[in-house]
Design a protein around this ligand. Structure first.
Ligand code: HEM
Length: 370
């Protein structure tokens, strides 16, 4: 793909596809030419997000930078580091709940509930509402559960989930206005951007983004890690002997990137890798493909658990570089090391795995291990 057609126009999807590392990197670092802004009515039609509200993800600088500043601090490495013992406790609880069965579905039993619980706690969502939250966020990102529904039904279900989530948050925001706590909701409500507090739409967008962006992505990171480790000659747990878990998680991010693509819109006529892109054209950058570009990575088709350096683009790059990258890395490292502590040996219980149904997410629906 990189050599044969590094950039191509897809007539059916009406967008450019960009695969080469350097081109993906260039697009992501030029928000003036390749904008993240989209008309709100078109939200959800794009391949890379289903958000209908204005968020930092779909604004450009300087507005983007102002919005991002509101929540940057709680996601910095120093701030998330102290969550490790708590993440370990939660992981142990999820393992305890199933350990007697002798089999654990990494997706359903651990990698799905863990990120929801962690982010919902940080945001300030009460524990009783978290299962409902998981369902809303999955529907918004992936569509409803039934595999055979039409595109129209998917759209309808997504809009309904967005509306329900918005109503829920509106009520919670009211409660926090009167009774602020030490949580992200309270931070966002009281933040000032360009001298004014955020509108209701912006506040809602913020919270919905934080909740949605990190769930299925972190689920897939943890799950993909087990899948990658299972390909090693000495099995899954051999990772702890041959590499630092830190490097191994980075290599999982490169090798099986949980988000495969993000999209932009050209703001002006421009040249990209020798092609003429016109103002208004949609440009889909395949960071998952860029992470397999042989010009950037030696032997890109091999999972090398101690690969270093490893400048993958799994969290994007440039101004929209993933806000939750440090949190996601921490969750993955803690979840995996806890699993290794609890299971002396581990192997895949099934080899026929069903991929997550999505063009831009990379993961599997179930991953039983024993
Ligand atoms: C942005 C991937 C986890 C919150 C992004 C982007 C990517 C990404 C590729 C860039 C989007 C773009 O350029 O348009 C991932 C992956 C994750 C993960 C692979 C897990 C393995 C999280 C978590 C959070 C989060 C846990 C929780 C807070 C965000 C936000 C943005 C973002 C808020 C938008 C940042 C901005 O626009 O400045 N993520 N993400 N992500 N991510 Fe993540």
């Amino acid at each position: 793909m990189h050599e044969e057609s590094p950039i191509r126009y897809d007539e059916d999807r009406e967008c450019w596809d960009v695969f080469r590392y350097d081109d993906v990197h260039d697009v992501l670092h030029d928000p003036e030419t390749f904008s993240s802004e989209r008309p709100l009515t078109a939200q959800g039609e794009g391949e890379t997000d289903g958000m209908a509200l204005e968020t930092m993800l779909n604004t450009d600088p300087p507005r983007h930078d102002e919005l991002r500043k509101v929540v940057d601090d709680p996601f910095k490495p120093g701030a998330v580091k102290h969550l490790a013992p708590h993440i370990r406790d939660i992981t142990n609880e999820y393992i305890d709940a199933v350990v007697d069965d002798g089999e654990l579905d990494v997706v359903a039993d651990l990698a799905t509930p863990l990120p929801v619980t962690v982010i919902a706690e940080l945001i300030g969502v009460p524990a009783d509402d978290r299962e409902q939250f998981k369902q809303w966020s999955d529907t918004i990102v992936e569509g409803p559960e039934a595999a055979t529904v039409s595109a129209e039904t998917v759209k309808e279900a997504q809009l309904q989930a967005q509306a329900e989530m918005a109503t829920y948050f509106t009520e919670l925001i009211e409660r926090r206005r009167e009774d602020p706590r030490d949580d992200l909701i309270s931070d966002v409500i009281h933040a000032e951007v360009e001298g004014t507090t955020l509108s209701e739409g912006e506040t809602l967008g913020f919270l919905a983004l934080l909740l949605i962006a990190g769930n299925i992505t972190t689920t897939n990171l943890i799950t993909n890690a087990i899948r990658c480790f299972a390909t090693l000659p000495d099995g899954i747990e051999s990772v702890r002997d041959i590499a630092s878990l830190e490097l191994a998680v980075e290599e999982v991010l490169r090798y099986q990137s949980p988000i495969q693509a993000v999209s932009r819109v050209a703001t002006t006529d421009t040249q990209l890798g020798g092609h003429s892109v016109e103002a208004g054209d949609r440009v889909v950058v395949w960071n998952g493909a860029a992470n397999h570009d042989g010009d950037k990575f030696d032997d890109p088709g091999t999972f090398v658990p101690d690969r270093s350096p490893n400048q993958h683009l799994a969290f994007g790059s440039g101004v929209h570089f993933c806000l939750g990258a440090h949190l996601a890395r921490l969750e993955a490292r803690v979840a995996l090391s806890t699993l290794f502590d609890r299971f002396e040996t581990m192997q895949l219980a099934e080899t026929e795995l069903q991929p997550v149904e999505s063009t831009f997410l990379y993961g599997v629906q179930r991953l039983p291990v024993q």
